[in-house]
Every structure is written in structure tokens, then in C-alpha cells.
Design a protein around this ligand. Structure first.
Ligand SMILES: *Cc1c(COP(=O)(O)O)cnc(C)c1O
Length: 383
């Protein structure tokens, strides 16, 4: 298949000759009204009703015990890892095939990543590869799970639901249980994605969602920690809001907290976006089905949701038959004003994570060399 026929298909889908971005936000609901309300009331910052409303809407939508709004997804991940007990000097298992924020969050806690391969089914952390790595390199001691070579504690596992496609959570949870590891889901890309009927980010102890401008819904910048346990959730709220002990006027803080609270201004946008999330999700399924039909039977393999899951299809993706065709597709579409992108360079290729321990990364390397993301803004398409 030639890049020009893909360009033609995307232009036909979006019905425009203008530049087509990878993923653009849309504000056709109550966004303006709610944001103006915060300005008119002067409650744009850390006090105001939209933060609580947004958190409650998210709890209802995901079924999590407690949702805690934060300034961005990276901060949500940082707080989730802190709450999961990750400490300076610990190791945390994650995927090399992820956005850099997953690793930055643990790096700034003084922890280090271990990179394990992804599954071809989900493009996220592979339970078999995880188990295999631990069997070879870890042992259970009085301190918990310890890396035999590094003599460091392995505290947590952070799978990432790549492009919204849920990882194999039951299998990962079983491995984590066996090896005494906390499971923290990087659900930054998977708002609206369900694993066997349960919302992603709610099966592990903690999950982190992002509302950056390119995500399925946006608050400008923003994130949320999903907490499986209500008490953990209350403590997450406490530590992300300076750990101040409630008092009418005294300032007393009982631990070194974070100032990760989402401003009311951003939460107003979030409340309005939650009202349209279901319709975005429907439109995204229509769009993905259209891509799937288009690529069916050809030599480019469109990435579909795993059989056990319902994906939000945040970013549509296609696996090219070889890396030359990947390069030609990227060049041909971008030159024609249809934005496409390669997947992130693997984390162990970045200077700050080059020395991180890692297992075999064959699948990750294959996907890195062959995958291209396609325009994915939800638009009104006839089903
Ligand atoms: C977007 C994203 C994040 C971070 O979110 P920000 O809100 O941009 O900080 C983390 N992990 C992954 C995989 C992401 O795609």
C-alpha cells in the first residue's frame, strides 16, 4: 500500500484538505461556561467545587474507590508510586516501550527502572516476560523481592496500557502477588478502556490517568490518581495537597507532601469534558473500525484491541511490513499534511536509562521499528 492511498483515505475520513493533526482536543460542550464560572467566582486555584465534582465524576465512571486530581499525569504517577511504597534505591519493573514520563516519575524518587518486554497482543508489559525475568534475576528475602545481581529491592511493577489497549492484568496481578510486588498502572492513555469489564487503572493498587492536551479528554494539563482502596485514596489526597492537617487557621503538615493539586480552573474543563467522554469513545470506535476495514487483507496490520478488552483506541496504529515502508509512510503522510508519528524510542536508548537492567526486548524492538500512529481525533462519522 502506498502512502498516497493512506493520505487519501484519511482526508476522505476527515473530509478536509487542511492539515490533519494526530490528536486535537475539541470543546463543543460546557467547557467555556464552566471555565468562565471559575473566573467570575475568582475561585480559579486550589479552592472551588469543580475539583471535587471532577473527582466524583471519575469515581462514578471508573468505579474506583477514590480519584485524586493532580496537576498532570506525571505527578499522578509520582504520587501513586510514592503511595505504593517505592523508595530511594528501589527498582521498579516497567516497559521500555513507553512514553518517557513513566520512567521520569520513578527516576525522580531515586528509584531505577528495569525494562521487560511487551506482549504482541497488548503492546504493554508481558506477564510471561515479567515472570521469566523475575525467575532469573530475583529472589524473595526478608526485605521482600530483591534483585540478585543489584542487591536492590524490587518494589513495584508499572505496566502501561499502550495507546489505550489494556494489558493482561489478571496474569500480571498473579505474578505481582507471587513476587510481593505492588502493581501501579500507567493508565495515562487508557481513560475509557476496560479490562474484562473493569476500568483500567482500577485493578492495581493505584492507577495514573493524564489529561494532557493530546489525551482522550483534556484539562489543559492534568492528571488523576485512581485508588483501589478508600483509605489509600484519602492519604493520596493528603500527600498531594501538602499533607496539611485540617485546622481552621494553624499550619501543621505531618509529612513532606507534594503540591500536586489540580487547580479549579483546570477541573472546570475536566467536568465539561467528562460530559462528552462517552460520545468521544463511540466516535473513536467508529474511526478505528474504519481504519480496520481499510487495512484489512493488506500487508499493513492495523492494531486492534485485545480480545479480553474494550479499548478507547486513543491513538490508532498500524504495523508496517518493514522499517523502510515505515519510513516511507512517515515521510509521505507528513509531507502531505497528514500527521503521523513513529512510536517512542525505547527507554533504554535514552542516556539517563541506558544502564538500567533489562530483559530480552525483541517484541519492543520490533514494534519500535515498524509501528506508525495515525490521525485519531474523534470526529462525527456515520457509523
Ligand atoms: C501522557 C503520558 C504520561 C504523562 O502525562 P502528563 O500529563 O503529560 O504528565 C505518562 N505516561 C504515558 C504513557 C503517557 O502517554
Amino acid at each position: 500500500m502506498k502512502p498516497s492511498s493512506i493520505v487519501e483515505f484519511v482526508r476522505d475520513t476527515y473530509q478536509t484538505n487542511d492539515f490533519i493533526p494526530l490528536h486535537a482536543p475539541t470543546f463543543n460542550g460546557n467547557e467555556k461556561a464552566y471555565v468562565m464560572e471559575t473566573i467570575d467566582s475568582t475561585f480559579v486555584s486550589s479552592v472551588g467545587k469543580f475539583v471535587d465534582d471532577f473527582e466524583h465524576k471519575m469515581e462514578a465512571f471508573t468505579g474506583t474507590a477514590k480519584a485524586v486530581a493532580t496537576v498532570n499525569g506525571t505527578a499522578a504517577l509520582h504520587a501513586a508510586l510514592y503511595m505504593a511504597g517505592v523508595e530511594r534505591g528501589d527498582l521498579v519493573v516497567t516497559q521500555a516501550l513507553t512514553f518517557v514520563a513513566t520512567c521520569n516519575a520513578l527516576y525522580h524518587m531515586g528509584a531505577e527502572p528495569i525494562f521487560v518486554d511487551v506482549s504482541p497482543v497488548s503492546l504493554g508489559l508481558c506477564p510471561k516476560a515479567l515472570e521469566h525475568y523475575l525467575e532469573e534475576h530475583a529472589e524473595i528475602t526478608a526485605q521482600g523481592c530483591v534483585h540478585k545481581g543489584r542487591k536492590q529491592r524490587i518494589k513495584a511493577v508499572v505496566p502501561m496500557h499502550t495507546f489505550g489497549h489494556p494489558v493482561e492484568l489478571d496474569e500480571l496481578l498473579a505474578v505481582c502477588h507471587k513476587w510481593q510486588l505492588a502493581l501501579v498502572e500507567d493508565a495515562a492513555e487508557s481513560l475509557g478502556s476496560f479490562y474484562k469489564g473493569k476500568h483500567t487503572g482500577t485493578l492495581g493498587e493505584f492507577g495514573a490517568v493524564s489529561f494532557n492536551g493530546n489525551k482522550i479528554i483534556t484539562t489543559g494539563g492534568g492528571g488523576m490518581v485512581l485508588c483501589r482502596d478508600l483509605e489509600d485514596g484519602k492519604r493520596t489526597k493528603h500527600v498531594t495537597t501538602t499533607a496539611k492537617v485540617p485546622h481552621p487557621f494553624e499550619f501543621y503538615h505531618d509529612e513532606a507532601g507534594f503540591n500536586y493539586r489540580m487547580p479549579n480552573l483546570n477541573a472546570a474543563l475536566g467536568c465539561a469534558q467528562m460530559e462528552v467522554l462517552e460520545s468521544y469513545l463511540q466516535q473513536k470506535r467508529v474511526l478505528a473500525a474504519r481504519y480496520q476495514d481499510f487495512f484489512a487483507g493488506g500487508d499493513f496490520a492495523f492494531v486492534t484491541e485485545p480480545s479480553y478488552a474494550q479499548s478507547n483506541y486513543w491513538l490508532n496504529a498500524v504495523i508496517c511490513p518493514d522499517s523502510d515502508m515505515r519510513d516511507a509512510l512517515l515521510a509521505g503522510t507528513n509531507e502531505a499534511g497528514v500527521m503521523t508519528r513513529p512510536i517512542w524510542q525505547l527507554m533504554h536508548r535514552l542516556p539517563m536509562f541506558a544502564d538500567a537492567p533489562r530483559g530480552d526486548l525483541t517484541q519492543s524492538e520490533y514494534i519500535e521499528a515498524h509501528l506508525v500512529n495515525l490521525p485519531s481525533t474523534p470526529v462525527l462519522l456515520a457509523g
